[in-house]
Design a protein around this ligand. Sequence first.
Ligand SMILES: Cc1ncc(COP(=O)(O)O)c(C=O)c1O
Length: 366
Amino acid sequence: MNDNFLLKKLNERQEQNAFRRLLLPEGKTDLCSNDYLGIVRNQLIEKQLDAVAHPVYRHGSTGSRLLAGNYALVEETEKMLAAFHDAEAGLIFNSGYDANLGLLSCVPQRGDTIIYDYLSHASLRDGIRLSFAQSFSFKHNDLDDLEKRLQAATGTIFVVTESVFSMDGDMAPLTAISDLCQQYGAHLIVDEAHATGVVGEKGEGLVQQLNLQTACFARVHTFGKAVGCHGAIVLGSEQLRNYLINFCRSFIYSTSLPEASVAAIRCAYELFPDMNEERAHLQQLISTFQQAAMPWEKLVSDTPIQIVIIPGNDAVKKVAGALQTAGLDVRAILYPTVPSGKERLRIVLHAFNTGQQVEEVIKLLS
Ligand SMILES: Cc1ncc(COP(=O)(O)O)c(C=O)c1O
């Protein structure tokens, strides 16, 4: 089979020095995974499951939730998570990508308006592209620009943002965004992927830390980051849950998560309230990194995602390579994933990283 037609775009990637490869872990210090609290690294779910008598959880689910794939544990877990997040109801999806894609593509209708932060994750943007509603981005975290867009919006209005931004590590000004939504009658949708488990007293997320749960139309919490599992939940009203069960294609036309996955998610949520020490240590590492002086621009971030801007794919790859050689697994984020000139190191801090490891990174970057 001749597939040389693929070469043109692949060669473009090579020329930009941005060719993506799948790498295997090599036992370096983890400064890039989403395992913020160390739930995966420390096998906390396995240990929790070993410590209590439990049924043998099935590894297959045999169908979509609307056919053979529904079961008591997934419904109980949805209720448990909705209670943890102080929401009326929740619906579990197979991934955060599925949740965002499905929610954004099926709720806003033709004639409606979606206004989204320019730095919104690809899963939100792909959902928006699939929707028949009109859509506009607003400048990242820019309230004036958001208000301008709100003034011009028609139909039912949706405002979409992340609470913690995946590529910049900063937080959205959620209280002010929610005030604007209220003023213009807009429906706020917040992706809490990187806040789950990390932000808030028990890791409930930024929305609850700011007491904005009743001001949100929908919240998305993903399980692939601090939860240490896979999947996501969309939180909202019982009516929203019913709507998604009826109209959300990524929910309806996909085999559901198996019991074993849902049991693991449940375990992680049981662990969250007792992980204050981990959250405090993480916060300490974040302050150390934020206070360090270095010759490159460092973005302001109060979250585990720390960004050092090193313009140019070649330059940022060189610095990432030096860190890798020193045994530190730090990854470069290249153009075209980020705008040209904004290439960066994305250093992810974890509760299991030591102060010494963070000092080592700082020293190598100074
Ligand atoms: C902000 C944000 N939303 C959604 C997702 C997608 O979640 P998942 O990895 O569970 O598909 C990610 C993951 O990269 C993310 O960073």
